[in-house]
Design a protein around this ligand. Structure first.
Ligand code: MG
Ligand code: ZN
Length: 218
């Protein structure tokens, strides 16, 4: 094994250890954690804004971005507590970043934590950050071949949300093919079609998350 590969393995093992510690802490506090992964512009923040209106103060959001706190401010405006991690170049969140964020960000009183990963369908799929589940987000404006092109992101996710379905009349996207393709990779994958502007699918998605949280407690 080369020196670089050895070091990478060491870093990954350390990250895994921190992720396990985070998961244990979240469980003790009774907080269910959802890690949202998707390309830039997939509609992750907009989906969270739509969820925020239905969550009141039982949820909080950690935002991951290379730069700016735009998304944090959007979430706060939508009514949820939010914390911004700027990765300064890193294209995914890792467990240590989440652990450090939680030194400054209180989780008191919440039962749900959403972590919006850096916009990227590649490496966020390979990193555990203490979450209970990952959810993949793809929008109809990205074309229908995202699941086929990013099978790993689908495999590590517990559900897929197809966003911006209100734009279907204006874009060339076979939304049924997205569903078919993802279920070829993950048989039985729950798929939600959501449009934040109309609210379509948002409540179904939230209900499903709450079912997953209840199942974890049981
Ligand atoms: Mg965002
Ligand atoms: Zn990365």
């Amino acid at each position: 094994m080369s020196k670089t590969v050895k070091l990478e393995k060491k870093v990954q093992a350390k990250g895994h250890e921190i992720a396990l510690e985070l998961r244990e802490m979240f469980r003790k506090k009774g907080i269910f954690v959802v890690n949202l992964i998707g390309s830039p512009g997939a509609g992750k923040t907009t989906l969270l804004e739509a969820l925020a209106k239905r969550l009141e103060d039982r949820a909080a959001v950690i935002e991951g971005d290379l730069a700016t706190d735009n998304d944090k401010r959007r979430i706060e405006k939508a009514g949820l507590r939010a914390y911004q991690i700027n990765t300064v170049g890193a294209c995914h969140l890792d467990a240590a970043m989440v652990r450090d964020a939680l030194k400054e960000f209180s989780l008191d009183g919440i039962s749900l934590l959403f972590i919006e990963n850096v916009g990227n369908l590649v490496c966020p799929a390979s990193f555990e950050i203490g979450e209970d589940i990952k959810v993949a987000i793809v929008s109809v404006t990205e074309g229908e071949d995202k699941p086929a092109k990013y099978p790993k992101a689908m495999k590590v996710s517990s559900a897929l949300v197809i966003t911006k379905t209100d734009l279907l009349p204006y874009v060339n996207c076979d939304v049924d093919r997205i569903e078919r393709d993802v279920r070829e990779i993950v048989p039985g994958m729950p798929v939600f079609r959501a449009a934040a502007t109309t609210g379509e699918g948002v409540e179904d998605f939230l209900r499903w998350i709450e079912e997953q949280a209840a199942a974890r407690e049981a």
